[in-house]
Every structure is written in C-alpha cells, then in structure tokens.
Write a protein that binds this ligand. Structure first.
Ligand SMILES: Nc1ncnc2c1ncn2[C@@H]1O[C@H](COP(=O)(O)OP(=O)(O)O)[C@@H](O)[C@H]1O
Ligand SMILES: [Mg+2]
Length: 567
C-alpha cells in the first residue's frame, strides 16, 4: 500500500465542492445568502446559459474590505462566527466559510466589492489554486460575485449538468425560495440578457402572488400563531389551492428554506381529510424559533435541520395549521366568496321576513335561538332544482350545495364520535336485512368488534344473509345496507386496523356519503335552516369531503355588478 499523503488545498476544496456545489442553482443560493448576510436591500442575479456559463450576484450590502478579499476566498474563513457558542446560536445564513472557496475551486470566480467607508472599490479573481493581485475597481457600495465556466476544470462533474432549460429551472426555483423568504428585499433575475423576474420589496401576499400566482394567494389563509418561543406565520392554501403535485410547499425555518420530515408530516396531518385523493396542499410557512433550538449544521447545503424538541415543534405546527384551516362556515367566506370592494351593503333588503318565519317556526318547535343577531349563513329562501339551497344573509345571497354540505357535517360528527372512542349506535326498529356472499358473512363475523366501534351491529341471520340491528346515529335513515357492504369490502381489502387507522378518513367519507341527503330530495324550510345552522357550527364546513366548496356567497354588490346597477 502506498504512503499516506495530505491532499493539496485545491483538491480538498474540490472534494468539498461536491457537496455544496451540486449545480448552478446551488451557486446561486450560496451567493444570494451571502448578500442577505451582508444586509443587502436589493439583489440582482444574472445568469447565462442556465448559469453554466455565468452566474453573477450583485448586491448593495456592506461590502468586503480590500484587505479581506483574499480571505473571503480562503477555506474555513468567515466573518459570521468565532466560537462554538456562536455556532450553536447561529442566526446568519452562512457560517461554514467554505462556499466561496469551494465554488472558486471549480470555476473562474471574481469578486468586486466596496465597503461602506472605503474610498474605492477593489476586485480579486481566482483561477484554480492561484489568486490574482487585488486590483482597483470602480463601483458603488456593495459586492458583485461572478462565477464563470462552472466545472471547467472538473469534466467528470460537468457531465452531470442537464440541459440549459433544466438548469435554469433549478436556478429559478432556488431564486423563488430566497425571494419568498425575504419579501423585505428587492430581487431581480435576468437570464441570457432578458429580465425574467423583478420583485420590489412588498408584503408577503404580493411577493407570493408574483412568485406562485394570484390564484394561490386568493385561495389561501394568512396565519400567525405563537406558542412560547415558537411562531408560525405565512399563507396556508385552502383545499381550493391544492395541486396535483407537491411543488408549492415552502417551509422556512428562521428564514432558511428546509426540507424537513417533522414539518412535512405535521402539514400532511393538518391537511388530512381536507383534500381529495392525491391532491397536494400548497403553502408558504415560516417557522421561527430560538436558533439554539435548531441545529442547521447537519449538511453543508443546510436544507436539513434537526430540532432539539421535535415533538413540540410537530404539535405546534400541526395545531396552528389545523386551527387556521378549520374555521366553520361562519368565518369561511374569505376563501370562497368573491371579495367585494367598496359599495356598502344596501339596507333596502331587510332580513326581517325570512327571519320572522324562522322565529315563528322555532317558537312553535319550542327552541328559540338567540334573538337579535342574524346567523352568518342567513335563512333559507328555497331549494333550487333539488340540488342547491338558496338563503338570504346580511351580505346578500348564499348558495349551498346541500349534499356536499351535509356530507361534511356528518363526517365531522362521525370523526368526533370516533375520536371519543366509538360511533354512537342507534337501534333500528326493523333490522336491515340483505343477501350476502360467503366472504361478506365471514368478514362480518371476523370484524364484529370493529363494526361495533363504527356503530354497526351486524349479525348473521342465514347462510347467505346479514342483518343490521343498529346503525350509526347520524346515519339512521341513510342507506344502511349499502354502507355495511362498503365497510365489509374495505375491511376485507385493508384489514380492520388499517381501516380504523390510516384509512380512517376514507372510511368516514364513505360513511358520510351514504348518510348525506341525496340530491333531488325535497327539504322543508325548517330542514334547510337546520342544515345552515349545522354548517355554521361544523369545523371545515366550507369545503366538502372531496375538497370542493360547499357554499358560495353572492353579495349585493356582486349582484349589483351583475345587473350593472349604480353605474
Ligand atoms: N456579498 C457579500 N457581501 C459581503 N461579504 C461577503 C459577501 N460574500 C461573501 N462575503 C464574505 O466572505 C466570507 C466567506 O463567504 P462564504 O465562503 O460564503 O462563507 P460563509 O458565508 O459561510 O461565511 C463571508 O463570511 C463574508 O465575510
Ligand atoms: Mg456563505
């Protein structure tokens, strides 16, 4: 075996570069983070050929003193931390002091900079192991780092680069992440001489609209939750903002974009039961906590973190998101109603009539609601084609998809029941009997307990016959046989424990669907009003179990616009 040698400095940097500088997008990220650490207010990123030919980042930050230029390029040289204590509470984006050295080892890199009190700017260039002499440069305060010909001296690496379009796509995504994280800073992105993005410093909603689309912002709920030293802010997409792919999920921890299993899991759980099938939630969320509570020094690229108390973080994020996503219909209009600008609500239309009728009905029924304040979803006017309920509330007209709304109400009821142990069962006056196959009979016998937990009492009443003697209370009156058949099939396919565990939401949705009022069933006004009142009290009733909206508000100004009144 040959003798052990210390590797030359350049090779050491090139090895390190393997981890930090995966592709042009990683260079972009490192350089922009340096600009942010230097407190830049405006940052311009210029790319040529997807960043492979050139990546330039220009900022108006603090700049680098002439005598520090060479040090900035040295390995393990940083101005950001000095001690282990600093490392453990690090608040800057960088701290390892190796990005510039690594990038310089695999490209042609130059820095031009001018610090605040310097009379002139200065420039340094590196090519492989050698640094050129520092030369004067004319420029304003701030720093420009230019990286050209990435991997020109490491052909093996160069081969891994994809097409220009793909590399630009990665760069754009890296840009989007930092730009979302810092909406207080202005950003510009240019590619091949053309302006690609231009973002002024603006509130998060404006920044998110520019980067992720207006639709996302319209269909999301702003959130700000705090518990002790933990704070969660940002925009949580409603089910209407969900996407077929998980490509609009941005989680930042202390301003740093991260991919973290704890956070991703908390978000998935918060959205469970709200989204249809394989739809993926969209969100931009910022978690802030004491830097001492999170270790960012897990990987050189710093997209992984480790929380000191990951359980507390998980619970906090889960509950904060659930709370934001679960307002009952009473508070939901932001997400579904067209936002009406200006024009005050006309008082000519009064709520008195339907309210009086309702009060009269409730009086005769012996249950008087709190008088005075009109309920948010108002009072039913009638049924449209057996599908929609029309109601009048303070703001105008409310349209409800009665089947979808009822389904959601039943589902939430069942869920509450199940969370408390078991679904409430109700004895049936006449058992529901149906023909069953041998496999169904066997499944009914095997899963007696699980079925009981779901509020179903099923017994074998013949070699190919099952009887249901009790059914879930919220479902009585629904299609009991169809429901029992569906549940038996689910239990055969997935096993009772899965059905009650990880498939619980599907299970509840199945049950709710069998229970919910069918379209084309005529409802009496009292039944319609009862449904509206239940919607107001039900969490998440703004969207059905499949993520579609359950109701819409058409305000009087909306209607006025429709008829071009007051023009
Ligand atoms: N845009 C910039 N403005 C001011 N200083 C910079 C800039 N980029 C780099 N530097 C200086 O160069 C040093 C080395 O940068 P880098 O290799 O990225 O390591 P780190 O960011 O981990 O400190 C930084 O600590 C900082 O002092
Ligand atoms: Mg850095």
């Amino acid at each position: 075996m040959s003798a052990i040698r210390v590797l030359p400095e350049l090779l050491v940097s090139q090895i390190a570069a393997g981890e930090v500088v995966e592709r042009p997008a990683s260079v972009l990220k490192e350089l922009v983070e340096n600009s942010l650490d230097a407190r830049a207010r405006a940052i311009t990123v210029t790319l040529d050929e997807g960043g492979v030919r050139r990546i330039q980042v220009e900022d108006d930050g603090e700049g680098i003193a002439r005598q520090d230029l060479a040090l900035a390029l040295a390995r393990h040289a940083t101005s950001k931390i000095r001690s282990l204590e600093d490392l453990e509470g690090v608040a800057s984006m960088g701290f390892r002091g190796e990005a510039l050295a690594s990038i310089a080892s695999v490209s042609r890199l130059s820095i031009a900079s001018r610090s605040r009190d310097a009379a002139h700017g200065a420039r340094i260039a590196a090519q492989g192991p050698a640094l050129e002499e520092v030369a004067p440069a004319a420029r304003a305060q701030g720093t420009t780092v230019t990286v050209e010909e990435l991997y020109f001296n490491t052909p093996a690496r160069r081969k891994f680069l994809r097409t220009e379009a793909t590399e630009f796509g990665h760069c754009d995504e890296a840009f989007r992440r930092v730009a979302l994280a810092r909406c207080d800073v202005a950003f510009a992105l240019r590619h091949n001489g053309r302006a690609s993005r231009h973002l002024r410093s603006a509130p998060l909603a404006e920044r998110a609209a520019a980067l992720l689309g207006e639709e996302f912002v319209h269909a999301s709920i702003p959130l700000d939750a705090q518990s002790g030293a933990l704070r969660l802010t940002g925009l949580a997409g409603t089910p209407q903002a969900a996407k077929p792919r998980a490509d609009a999920q941005y989680f930042f921890v202390n301003g740093r974009f991260v991919r973290d299993r704890v956070l991703a899991h908390a978000a998935r759980e918060a959205y469970a039961g709200l989204l249809h099938g394989e739809r993926q939630p969209a969100y931009v969320l910022f978690l802030e906590l004491d830097p001492r509570g999170v270790d960012v020094n897990v990987h050189p690229a710093k997209t992984e973190v480790r929380f000191r108390d990951s359980r507390a973080v998980h619970q906090f994020v889960l509950h904060a998101l659930q709370r934001a996503l679960a307002p009952s219909a009473a508070q939901a209009p932001i997400a579904y109603a067209a936002v009406s600008h200006g024009a005050p609500i006309q008082s000519a239309f009064s709520l008195a009539q339907p309210e009086a009728a309702y009060q009269a009905f409730m009086n005769s029924a012996g249950a008087l609601p709190a008088a005075g304040k009109a309920p948010p979803l108002g009072y039913a006017l009638g049924q449209l084609h057996g599908v929609y309920i029309l109601a009048q509330n303070e703001a105008g007209l409310v349209l409800v998809d009665m089947h979808a709304a009822h389904e959601r109400i039943v589902m939430e009821k069942l869920k509450k029941n199940l969370d408390a142990g078991a679904v409430q069962a109700q004895k049936l006056l006449v058992p529901a009997v149906f023909q069953a196959q041998a496999l169904e009979v066997a499944a009914a016998e095997e899963n007696r307990e699980a079925l009981a937990q779901l509020g179903l009492e099923v017994s074998v009443s013949g070699p190919d016959e099952l009887s249901v003697r009790a059914a879930p209370a919220p479902l009585a009156g629904g299609d009991i046989c169809g429901l029992t058949r569906d549940l038996l099939r689910e239990m055969r396919e997935y096993g009772a424990s899965q059905v009650l565990g990880s498939r619980q939401n599907e299970l509840l949705a199945t049950m709710a669907c069998h229970a919910a009022v069918r379209a084309h069933r005529a409802l009496a006004p009292a039944e319609m009003n009862a449904l509206l009142r239940e919607m107001e009290q039900t969490e998440r009733s703004g969207s059905c179990n499949h993520g579609r909206p359950t109701w819409y508000q058409l305000s009087l100004p909306d209607l006025d616009r429709l008829f071009m009144r007051g023009r």
